[in-house]
Design a protein around this ligand. Sequence first.
Ligand SMILES: Nc1ncnc2c1ncn2[C@@H]1O[C@H](COP(=O)(O)OP(=O)(O)O)[C@@H](O)[C@H]1O
Ligand SMILES: [Mg+2]
Length: 231
Amino acid sequence: MSLIHFKNVSKIYNTVVGPLTVLDNVSFEIGAGEFVSLVGKSGAGKSTLLRSLIAELAPSKGKVFFDEKDVHKMKHRDLCLLRRRIGMIFQDFKLLPDKTAFENVAFAMEVAGYSDKKIREDVPEVIKLVGLSDKMANFPVQLSAGEKQRIAIARALIQRPDIIVADEPTGNLDPINSWDIIKLLVKINELGTAVILATHVKEIINTIDKRVISLDKGRIIRDEERGKYLI
Ligand SMILES: Nc1ncnc2c1ncn2[C@@H]1O[C@H](COP(=O)(O)OP(=O)(O)O)[C@@H](O)[C@H]1O
Ligand SMILES: [Mg+2]
């Protein structure tokens, strides 16, 4: 049984110069616990694909299933549950500036209705996992870019998602910090959470040695176990 199933998904925008196909008949499945890199040049359609997974965008054709359920037919309640099961990470971190690292992570649990006791137990644990126990009281301005991304990862993990979806998570990081984030995603995957890593950076992918789906102009041109970034 697949966790994620894209079935003949196309996304077409009507633009002033005519229709623009951004996703072109995309089909693939991802199983529970898999690590998949989604690669392709800027504009290839990676973010569009990920946004249609969380039903932020509706495809023009085709279907997207999460745990066998059509995400584009979900009602509000199921959509909220879906988005809790998918931990999103972005290039620009999206931390709340007026909350500390601890509070940024705790906030996701508060919204989900967990007790204060559970929050006090779980938050330090997940912050420890990302290696920032000594920075829990820092506000985002007091964290480096790499540290901000670690806190964003902790926030994504706190709800025990089935999958972490990282859209260009190293886009604002130098090479050393980029590596640390990739290693952290691999470690999280080894602990049992599936990962989708979308990136246009070749050097990262070619050393991970896991499945690679290559997108070019909205089409899947390659889908290989233990693949490389060849575009
Ligand atoms: N609302 C929109 N209307 C028209 N074109 C769009 C819209 N959103 C994205 N696109 C186009 O879709 C293509 C794919 O974008 P995107 O999914 O962001 O690519 P990637 O994440 O791989 O860089 C780009 O050419 C972009 O300009
Ligand atoms: Mg993108």
